[in-house]
Ligand binder design. Structure first.
Ligand code: SF4
Length: 312
């Protein structure tokens, strides 16, 4: 089997975005072409909607070899909608796991439940886009299904590490109601699911101005009523810190894609395998459980070293 690959790159894992899965590490990222949705604001429309078939064909074996050679601890299927190439994904991700790589899927979640379960059996971490909370808008504007997306979220939360992203596209939904709906749905699965509220910028067929930072901040405030880990993204110069809920120690500092992990240690009693979704970290200062999945081997990341040491 060969995959038609549109892009291969090494990214910070925070770019997927995954903020609590192998934080500070790099991920070998592969993109294909095509998508089963038609979001008019698509920020990757050159490879999802209006594309020429790429000429680069890569077998799953060659892809995994390249990922291993990159030194990254993980491989991500990302950029357009990878799940439409599900047979290739299952083959490549199962091979990657056999060779010791963690596997990441970035998806819109518009799969039927049977294929979703089969694919997620080979995936360690997922970033799922929930684009709005209106079934009518999903169908009419995006050519997708809210019901399928939420069903996928339920399966992913049980099978893998799950983080969720919502791009706040002006006028796509009533955002106050939508964020309340999305967050209460996610909280019914787990309050610990990290939730990323991301700023939109004009792209493809959608010309509304960029999302206002004040709107993102206000929506993040609402999201925090339901969820424990809420982030805003795509804002220039953003800096964020995760702190221990028990003792206040800083766990992760982020400035853009510069990341430094502090005061986090692996939990010696954490379980592996499918239980990896539960996290495996403790606060290095007070020993409280911290919701992260850490590499069992330290990630070799230039990004981790790109940030200067904090002054005491
Ligand atoms: S699901 Fe993602 S890749 Fe597909 S059209 Fe929408 S924004 Fe673009």
């Amino acid at each position: 089997m060969k995959g038609l690959v549109s892009s291969l790159a090494i990214d910070p894992i925070e770019k997927k975005p995954l903020f609590r899965f192998l934080p500070g590490s790099r991920v070998f990222s592969v993109g294909f072409v095509g998508c089963n949705l038609r979001c008019p604001f698509c920020q990757n429309w050159q490879i999802s909607q209006e594309f020429e078939e790429p000429q680069t064909q890569v077998s799953p074996e060659a892809l995994v070899e390249q990922a291993l050679a990159s030194g990254c601890p993980s491989i991500a299927f990302t950029y357009s909608e990878p799940s439409i190439h599900i047979e290739y994904l299952i083959e490549a991700s199962s091979l990657a796991q056999e060779r010791g790589l963690q596997t990441v899927l970035v998806t819109n979640g518009n799969l039927n439940e049977g294929p979703a379960e089969e694919l997620l059996g080979h995936i360690n971490a997922v970033n799922l886009d929930i684009k709005c909370f209106s079934a009518a808008t999903y169908a009419r504007v995006l050519s997708g299904s809210l019901e399928n997306t939420l069903a996928f979220a339920r399966i992913a939360a049980a099978a893998a590490w799950l983080e969720v992203t919502t791009l706040v596209v002006p006028d796509l939904d009533d955002w106050t109601l939508a964020i309340d709906g999305i967050c209460s749905f996610l909280a019914s699965l787990s309050r610990d699911i990290p939730f990323h509220l991301s700023a939109y910028h004009p792209a493809w067929r959608y010309g509304e101005p960029r999302t206002r930072p004040e709107l993102l901040s206000s929506l993040a405030g609402r999201a925090k009523r339901e969820l424990a880990h809420v982030y805003v993204g795509n804002i220039a110069g953003e800096a964020q810190e995760d702190v221990c809920k028990a003792c206040g120690a800083i766990h992760v500092r982020r400035r853009g894609y510069q990341v430094r992990v502090e005061n986090l240690v692996p939990d010696p009693e954490a379980r592996g395998g499918r239980e990896a979704r539960e996290g495996n970290a403790l606060c290095g200062r007070c020993g409280a459980t911290a919701h992260y999945r850490l590499a069992t081997e330290p990630a070799k990341s230039s990004f981790r070293n790109a940030m200067p040491e904090a002054k005491p």
